[in-house]
Design a protein around this ligand. Sequence first.
Ligand SMILES: Cc1cc2nc3c(=O)[nH]c(=O)nc-3n(C[C@H](O)[C@H](O)[C@H](O)COP(=O)(O)O)c2cc1C
Ligand code: SF4
Ligand code: FES
Length: 611
Amino acid sequence: MSPLAPMPGRGLEPGPLEKAPDPEPQELAALEGVWGALAPQERRGRRDLLLPALRALQASRGWISYSALAAVCRELTMPLAEAYGVASFYELLATEPRPRRMIHLCDDVACTLKGAGMLAGRLQALLGHPEQGEGPLGWSLSPCLGQCERGPAALVGDRVWVGLTPEGLEDAVGAWMAGEEARAHAGGVGTHLGSLGEGTPLLLRRCGRVDPGSLEAYVEHGGYRGLRRALQLGPEATLAEVEASGLVGRGGAAFPTARKWASAAREPAPRYVVCNADESEPGSFKDRVLMEQDPFAVLEGLTLAALAVGAERGFIYVRGEYPESHRSLLRAAEQARAAGFLGERILESGFSFDVELRQGAGAYVCGEETALFNSIEGLRGEPRARPPYPAQVGLFGRPTVINNVETLAAVPAILERGGGWYASLGSGRSRGTKLLSVSGHVVRAGVYEVAFGTPLRTILEDLAGGVPGGGAVQAVLCGGAAGTFLGPDQLDTPLSLEALQAVGGTVGSGSLVVLDETVDLWAVVERIARFFRDESCGQCVPCRVGTQRQLEVVSAVRRAGGPVDDQALAMLNDLAQVMRDASICGLGQLAPNAVQSSLRLLGRSGGDERG
Ligand SMILES: Cc1cc2nc3c(=O)[nH]c(=O)nc-3n(C[C@H](O)[C@H](O)[C@H](O)COP(=O)(O)O)c2cc1C
Ligand code: SF4
Ligand code: FES
């Protein structure tokens, strides 16, 4: 008898997967929706279906039960512990019973300036403590939902409530409780769009003017001219145009786009292209506006990237908090496919390419490119150590190009009008035009497109209308939570990579949150420190412990009423150095930025000048 054969008469003991009870019918129906036409044997080993399956279960019942998780594991042939590790990683997924629908109320910086605190109080009175309750509706606080220009905002299922007032919120909750879910919404608040300077509007040229749901309208207004030209030019000349444009990434790191593409193109096929639509940087919402108001431009840009690097498959990873962006891209992709702009032999050329959409589930760190790959692959969204870089070993271990939504949306115009034309806009490393998400204390919060070199003051005053009531700027948070605070003395800085770097700032994701003189700056700094503590994936010690200690010091100083004493300052500086030097990924490396840059402003206001 083989040593591995069961003892006579005993058989193999069933494992936890076999012993798990059957899922509820609604859970099974949700999973069937994910498996679609895939036969059982085709699901085996398809771990990339894990996150879609978890999202579907979450939507069906409001939480993911043990039996449903076990059913997923049986289908995908994966260990239960690993699936649990993924399910428990994401903020929008729950592995314990909770109300079927949650109101995720944003309490981040811009929404707090507009009264989110009062709304939280109202929800507590209506629904009890956050994260508790057995009824159909519960609530929790959330970091920025990417709706800052029209906040206060909340995510409720696959809807976003914006422009919330206490009365509007009460009405919406009342409608929900009465079973009239469809009536429970808040909204009607538009997004201001504007542009200034040479070459603009370029990225915004169709937004708000051309029907985003119509491929015909896109084509009528210049759409797919870039792709038609690129198909004539071929991959190498397409890449050369992007190189000539001087385009650098708009996702934060400003890496030259053509260099990244060329590097992946040199690697063996199959290669992938990925659009990073995770836009989770607090204060940033310009990618959302592009996806919702000009979705075909994003698809065309991704198709051009695929052509240049020789990829046949692409993914768009949309943050879970952006249901409308997801719907918009899905609709656009279906139309593009039906019209031959996606799929086999695009426009009857020899080039084939198609795209899949994936949705996140609430984790800021998944915007980091390697964490995003892990998330698509059905692993915990933890960043990978580098090297190897994505151009060599990326999604599914293959050479991959990943770009931000805005970066990709700029590419069609580059192919249409030529890289030299694009490079003629701007100077130095700052070429082309830039989108900015402007929110906080301004008259017209919105998305603005400017020529590089435009002074911040001009953007805030001429485009966004300045501080309401003629108030004064106390600080501008530039580049999101991972960015820096600039003081009123720095507002004449031109918006460019070089000029902002020279004053210790960064363009980052291109967001500007304006704080007037009434704001408790320490409260804002503490919120940012809490954000990093909450969003750290915990994988490496400098970030996991550093973000917690940073929060503790900031909170202690705030409780004491500031200013920062020598001991606290030394502690914050030490933590900053360790996090910057020893964190695996940008989250930990950038986590001290806002806190450090606030010290110049707060030191001064506390009468304790510190550089
Ligand atoms: C914590 C963290 C979050 C990030 N979030 C985003 C994001 O939401 N969107 C994005 O495009 N890039 C984000 N990035 C940058 C990406 O890692 C990557 O650099 C970018 O997608 C590359 O595209 P680009 O070259 O077009 O800028 C993030 C980086 C870090 C460290
Ligand atoms: S730096 Fe922070 S977020 Fe990045 S891998 Fe380390 S613990 Fe995770
Ligand atoms: S949506 Fe609330 S701060 Fe961005």
